[in-house]
Structure formats: structure tokens, C-alpha cells
Design a binder for this molecule. Sequence first.
Ligand SMILES: [Zn+2]
Length: 281
Amino acid sequence: MLNALSVDVEDWFQVGAFEKVIRKDEWDRLPHRVERNADAVLALFEEAGVAATFFTLGWVAERYPALMRRVAAAGHEIASHGWDHDRVFSLTPDQFRADLRRAHAAIAEASGTAPRGYRAPSFSIDARTPWAHEILAEEGYAYSSSVAPLAHDHYGWPEAPRFAYRPLPGAELIELPVTTVDVAGRRLAAGGGGFFRLLPYRFSDWAIRRVNEGEGRPAVFYFHPWEIDPGQPRVARAPLKSRLRHYSRLSAMRPKLLRLFKAHGWTRTADVVAAERERLQ
Ligand SMILES: [Zn+2]
């Protein structure tokens, strides 16, 4: 079974955890580490022999076009993570369309390929954004991987399906939600990010096996370039809870990821969407 492997390409200061202490107009004055960290991700993928999807901010693509070309040349998929990490539920429908278009243009210009996939910043397509999938379809996207079907303090849409579905009747657009597992009546996040970094390896390994073998479906896993960068600047002004989540176990991440990549089958998100599309026919 091939699972969807993805990396959300954003810099250490572009995360929701720091949005209240670092303003967007400060971003260009901060030390950028996304290019070297994304190159480290490319090296990690090469070592593991896996292909993946790079959901990239338009803001990053515009500044680092050579990186985008290296990602494409290595056989990975380049998709959109929006312009500068505004959550979809914080935008109006018109603002969301403008954000999508700006990111699309920057990514297509930098990489030479128009993105067909989209991941909302912080899985921010939920019950508050009933217009989002329609706009994605209108803008020519083939798939979205933007829904977290669970209740979490910052995000989540517990009523959404756990596996690939067509959010719009009669439209081709597929939504591929991030992986969750149901354990003893509780819905748990099992698709990566901070959960993979903070919880023991064996939980993610077990969850992917359960989804693949127990439920017969592909898993959807993601992480960030800054998660393998223990040398990133520390934001002392951020709340303690945010700092604990952001900085814990960064140095253990690389070997942990490599172990996961070798233990399971992985490919680009678009490939998993294509297989799921057949199933949904
Ligand atoms: Zn993100």
C-alpha cells in the first residue's frame, strides 16, 4: 500500500504558534532557513528512496525559485500551501480566491509547473468554510488535502469523512483528509506534524499499519522543514505551550522520519489521489 507523503514548505517563523509575536512585515528581516532545510528534506527523501509532495507557500516559491526547480528535478510533486499561511477560515471567499491565485502564479513561475493540489494552512478548511472546495474546483485544482476530521484546539472538522471523498456533487475535486485513527471512542491525529514528533515512534507506526491493513486505505502524512532543524532561532516571546510544541524533539526527528519512510510505502499525494479516484468511481 502506498501512502501519501508530504512536506508543508514554510519557514520557522511562518507557523500559527508564532503569529501573535512575529508580524508578517518582520518576515523578510528574519534569518531564512527554509531553503537549507528543504534541501535537507530532499536529501532525506533521496536517502529513503521516496517521492513526496511539497505543499509550498507562494511566499517561499517567489523567493526561492532555484529550490523549486531542485524539488521538481528530483521527481517530487510541487503543490500549493497558499500565499503566506493565512488560515482559510480567517478569509472571505474573495480573499481566499485571491490568496490561491497569488500562490498559484508564484509557484508556477518558480517551478515551471502549475500546481494541481492544495493544502490549507493548519488544515483550515472546515465547517466555517462551506465555499472553499467550490473555489478550489473553480480555480482548476484536482485535489485538496486540507481537512483534519477531528476535534483539536486549533483546527478540525470532526464530521468530515476520514478518507478520500468528493466534497462537491458532480465535480472531479477530491478531498484527501489527513490521517486519523479511532481508539476507544476517541479520534486521534496520526498524520504527522507535531504529533509524530512528540509521540513515540511506535504510535505512528501502529496507526499507519492499522489504516493500511485494518481499513485497507492509504495514510496521509506530513511534516515541516523546520522540524528537522534544531539550530533554528528560538522565539522567547511566544507562549510556553507554543514553544513546547514547536521545539521539542527536533533533533530526533530526522532518524525517526527515516525509520518511518523505510517501514511503509510512500509516494506523492497526487498518485494516492489518482488511486483513490478509481475507488470512488
Ligand atoms: Zn503550514
